[in-house]
Design a protein around this ligand. Structure first.
Ligand code: ADP
Ligand code: MG
Length: 157
C-alpha cells in the first residue's frame, strides 16, 4: 500500500517528521525506516526533526562518513545510517548489521539501495523527491496498511 504527500516547505517536513515521531514513540517494537531520494532531497533534515521530536537534544550529524550514528533516547537504541559511501553491500556484514536491527531499536537508513540484498525489509519506506519549487517535495510512503492508515490520519489533516 502506498500514499503520496506534497510538502510545500521545510516547516511542513518538520510537521510530518514530528507526527511520525509521535507514532514511533507509541510503538514498543523495533521499527525500520528507509529514506530514499537524491542528494539534498531532505533525508537528513527529516531524520533530524524526527530525532529531536523523540527527545534528542543537540546536534544530529549526517552519518555520511561514519555510516552510522547511534543514539539512545528513553532507553531505546536508535541507529541513523547513511550508506551513500558504502562500497559494497557485503561491508554491512562486516559491521555486524544484524545487531543493529534487533530488539526494539529504531533504525533510519538513508541510501538504503546501497545495502540491497543485505538489509531487512523496512516497516516504512519514504521516497523524497524535489518538486517544482525550491522548497517543495513529494514524499511517497509505502508500508503495511495499518501503519499508513495511522500516519494518513495525520498527514492528510
Ligand atoms: P539529504 O540528506 O537528502 O541529502 P539534506 O537533508 O542534507 O538532504 O538537505 C536538504 C536541504 O534542503 C537542506 O538544506 C534543507 O534546509 C533544504 N530544504 C528545503 N526545503 C526543504 C523541505 N521541504 N524539506 C526538507 N529539506 C528542505
Ligand atoms: Mg543525508
Amino acid at each position: 500500500m502506498s500514499h503520496t504527500i506534497t510538502i510545500k516547505n521545510e516547516a511542513d517536513t518538520q510537521i510530518f517528521a514530528e507526527s511520525l515521531a509521535d507514532f514511533i514513540a507509541q510503538q514498543d517494537t523495533g521499527f525500520v525506516i528507509f529514506l530514499d531520494g537524491d542528494l539534498g532531497a531532505g533525508k537528513t533534515t527529516f531524520s533530524r526533526y524526527l530525532l529531536q521530536k523523540l527527545g534528542h537534544e543537540g546536534a544530529v550529524k549526517s552519518p555520511t562518513y561514519t555510516l552510522v550514528e547511534p543514539y539512545t533516547i528513553a532507553d531505546r537504541a536508535i541507529f541513523h545510517f547513511d550508506l551513500y559511501r558504502l562500497g559494497d553491500p557485503s561491508e554491512l556484514e562486516f559491521m555486524g548489521i544484524r545487531d543493529y536491527f534487533s530488539g526494539n531499536a529504531l533504525v533510519l537508513v538513508e541510501w538504503s539501495e546501497k545495502g540491497a540484498g543485505i538489509l531487512p525489509e523496512p516497516d516504512l519506506l519514504l521516497s523524497i523527491a524535489h518538486g517544482s519549487a525550491e522548497t517543495e517535495r513529494t514524499i511517497h510512503l509505502s508500508g503495511q496498511p495499518h501503519i499508513l492508515q495511522l500516519l494518513g490520519a495525520d498527514v492528510t489533516a
